[in-house]
Design a protein around this ligand. Structure first.
Ligand SMILES: CC(C)(COP(=O)(O)OP(=O)(O)OC[C@H]1O[C@@H](n2cnc3c(N)ncnc32)[C@H](O)[C@@H]1OP(=O)(O)O)[C@@H](O)C(=O)NCCC(=O)NCCS
Length: 162
């Protein structure tokens, strides 16, 4: 039986465990370094962990973007290999979207797999009006209001991404 999974805000004591989750899920260090830099820059706006018992098994981070409206960029999302395909990523995504909505943000951008993120309402067609180095079929947006405040413009991720 799958363990009971809880999603909560990151705490100071979680940092090392989150690093470990990110490195293990991506199989490399780059995304963990990105998260460390986002924290140093004060850009870890929404950082959530998924836990099973005392163990951190997943993590998601959203950082502010420069955009024509209040937008967050979602990256990275990670679940340790042993707990993948059990709905942990889905639980993190649903909690992240709820937090962003509560925080009054207008939209979330993501660069990723259209099939995976499409499940949560992210749309590549709505992102085509926004110019970004990441523009293309994997660049998607999830409006958190009925319609996006504007349909086009320039968007860029937080400084740590460059
Ligand atoms: C992507 C990731 C976070 C998904 O986490 P997860 O806990 O396995 O996700 P879920 O269990 O909620 O998956 C839901 C569904 O998405 C599917 N899925 C998982 N990863 C997928 C991917 N990369 N592309 C398409 N579908 C994917 C699963 O098969 C599952 O489908 P099902 O419900 O029909 O069985 C996890 O696989 C991971 O950490 N991968 C490595 C890091 C990464 O690539 N992160 C995303 C880019 S930022």
């Amino acid at each position: 039986m799958a363990a009971v999974v809880t999603v909560r805000l990151e705490r100071a004591g979680d940092i090392a465990a989150i690093d470990d989750v990110i490195v293990r899920s991506f199989g490399r260090e780059g995304e963990a370094r990105l998260v460390a830099q986002l924290r140093r820059d004060g850009d870890a706006t929404i950082s959530l962990v998924a836990t099973a018992g005392d163990a951190v098994i997943g993590h998601v981070l959203l950082s502010p973007m420069s955009a024509p409206f209040q937008a967050l960029g979602l990256a990275p999302l990670s679940v340790i290999p042993e707990h993948q395909k059990q709905g942990v990523g889905t639980a993190l995504m649903n909690a992240a979207v709820a937090q962003a909505r509560e925080g009054g943000w207008s939209a979330i951008f993501v660069l990723g797999d259209p099939v995976y993120y499409g499940r949560f309402g992210f749309r590549a067609d709505l992102a085509t009006g926004f110019s970004s180095p990441y523009a293309g079929p994997h660049f998607m947006v999830l409006p958190l209001t009925d319609v996006l405040p504007v349909a086009s413009g320039k968007v860029s991720y937080a400084a740590a991404f460059s």
